[in-house]
Design a protein around this ligand. Structure first.
Ligand SMILES: [Zn+2]
Length: 519
């Protein structure tokens, strides 16, 4: 799949850098509002996101190819539902009814390529660009109503690719809410540091779905963590463990010095081998983005779990440890390898000033995942803090990382060249200048409108009934009626509506372009 000449989703030329930084995705989250749930009906209190309209099928063809998620107003942050690479980020324009939109490609653990699509974004709000790798929860833009939209909402799609070079618009449509629902993380970031780090590991595909912190760390689980999180080729973490081991050894991603045993996949790994592999991972770099906790809490959590505030910096101290590490301890080590979340910017740094040419040139870049300032702790960050953070973090130059060359690609099994060209990933300088200026303008706009508008008689509530009258759920048609709804109707449901009675067809017709149906 990741050959140098590949055009991912029909749009993004793949290159060595993207290939090495693009980790698999594990868990997914909701792209707006509460990461773990959306309301099935419009809640009585404005704010939370609810399903305005779901995927609609006409036979095998999806006549509405995503879920429309609204909160009654525009401007809310739209975040990456999973870790992936930006295939396309359109700053503006009405293209195909999507308006301003972002498309991400995800390597699913089962070796499949999926796309998530975020449409009708506020004009100039996208903060990412094609070829960038993003982590689950990272801000992509803001809810708007560009394109064919009758009110502010996020049109969110999930598509599964049959062919990685096929245009994403032709990939098979899935119910995005059911897709996310089935992949929510087991752990939630709002508890202890251990759990926050574990949730992060789930998003990054470092651990298998359903894994627990107290699980023993088997060789198989550890190889998976290395394959997913260390920079290098796109090894499929779902490979048979021994095959994965051999690939990792061939790519020099595992330590193979004296004392190394290939072990059986189900056997516990010891601290010495773990520490040696960790040293190798440290040399290669990680592609997970920073860990979720900020520095002080991160150090505290490391101390709690491993007895030292910076365990990854002192791997030799781990070698002599007795016993066997747990999965939670390994995740903590990996989190320390990735580094703590960036600190929020100081309020003064938020003031938009006339950008200097140097600042403009630098603002278009984003630190490489795995380097300290890359934003990743997006779950708990406030919108303002995130904005400010991006401004400061964006100023750091990105450095291309040397990496192991890929010998094999398990997604397609094709051999690929190690001399991938990076030509097409380079943007024309004029382009980025223009884009940054526009970004700055949009940013200023955001700061000015700090107080969210009262979403009282919003356009979402008053929008006309959805055209797909075949759908069982009634469109929300009046604010008054919503206000009279009783509390039980407004209670948050367990995440996404599952249309269990309607199984999506195995393949939508390629003729079913989203162009006319993306509202
Ligand atoms: Zn829609």
């Amino acid at each position: 799949m990741l050959v140098a000449s590949l055009m991912l989703g029909g749009l993004l030329p793949m290159n060595a850098r993207t290939r090495d930084h693009w980790g698999p995705s594990g868990a997914f989250r909701m792209p707006v509002g509460d990461p773990y749930q959306v309301y099935e009906d419009r809640p009585r209190t404005p704010g939370p996101f609810f399903i305005v309209r779901g995927v609609a099928w006409e036979g095998e063809r999806a006549s509405h190819q995503g879920a429309d998620l609204g909160s009654g107003s525009a401007g809310a942050l739209v975040r990456a539902a999973g870790s992936g690479v930006v295939v396309s980020a359109q700053d503006h324009g009405e293209w195909g009814g999507y308006g301003t939109h972002v498309v991400l490609a995800h390597r699913l653990p089962e070796g499949v390529l999926a796309y998530t699509v975020y449409a009708h974004l506020r004009e100039y709000s996208p903060r990412v660009k094609a070829g960038e790798c993003v982590q689950a929860g990272e801000v992509l833009g803001r809810v708007g109503e560009t394109g064919h939209a009758t009110g502010p909402h996020l049109h969110f799609e999930v598509r599964v690719a049959r062919d990685p070079e096929e245009r994403w618009e032709f990939a098979r449509v899935e119910d995005p809410l059911a897709f996310v629902d089935a992949r929510l993380p087991t752990y939630r970031a709002d508890s202890t540091g251990i759990e926050a780090n574990f949730e992060w590991a789930e998003y990054a595909g470092l651990v298998a779905p359903g894994a627990r912190t107290e699980d023993v760390l088997t060789h198989g689980a550890w190889w998976r963590m290395i394959a997913a999180g260390v920079r290098g080729p796109a090894l499929d973490p779902g490979l048979a463990p021994l095959e994965l081991h051999d690939s990792l050894v061939a790519e020099r991603m595992l330590w193979t010095g004296s004392g190394h045993t290939s072990g059986s996949p189900g056997q516990e790994i010891d601290w010495s081998e773990l520490a040696h592999d960790l040293g190798r991972a440290r040399a290669l770099g990680v592609r997970t983005g920073p860990a979720p906790l900020r520095r002080a809490r991160h150090r505290e959590a490391c101390t709690d779990v491993l007895g030292t505030p910076a365990p990854a910096a002192h791997v030799s101290a781990l070698i002599s440890r007795e016993g066997h590490p747990t999965l939670g301890e390994a995740v903590m080590l990996f989190a320390d390898l990735a580094g703590p979340a960036p600190e929020p910017a100081k309020p003064a740094a938020k003031k938009p000033v006339a950008p200097t040419p140097r600042a403009i040139a630098a603002a278009g870049t984003k630190p490489a995942p795995g380097t300290k300032p890359a934003p990743g702790d997006s779950l708990r960050r406030t919108p303002t803090a995130t904005t400010a953070h991006r401004d400061t973090a964006g100023g750091k130059a990105r450095k291309s990382q040397a990496s192991a060359t890929a010998r094999r690609d398990t997604v397609t099994g094709k051999a690929r060249s190690s001399t991938s060209s990076a030509k097409a990933a380079v943007r024309a300088p004029g382009d980025s200048l223009q884009r940054t200026a526009a970004k700055t303008a949009a940013h200023r706009d955001t700061l000015g409108a700090k107080t969210p508008k009262k979403p009282a008689a919003s356009s979402v509530a008053s929008r006309p009934p959805a055209p797909d009258s075949l759908r069982a759920h009634a469109p929300r048609d009046s604010t008054k009626r919503v206000a009279r709804r009783d509390t039980s109707a407004a209670a948050p449901r367990a995440v996404a509506r599952r249309d269990s009675t309607r199984t999506p067809p195995p393949a939508a017709s390629p003729a079913a372009t989203a162009a006319d149906t993306s509202s």
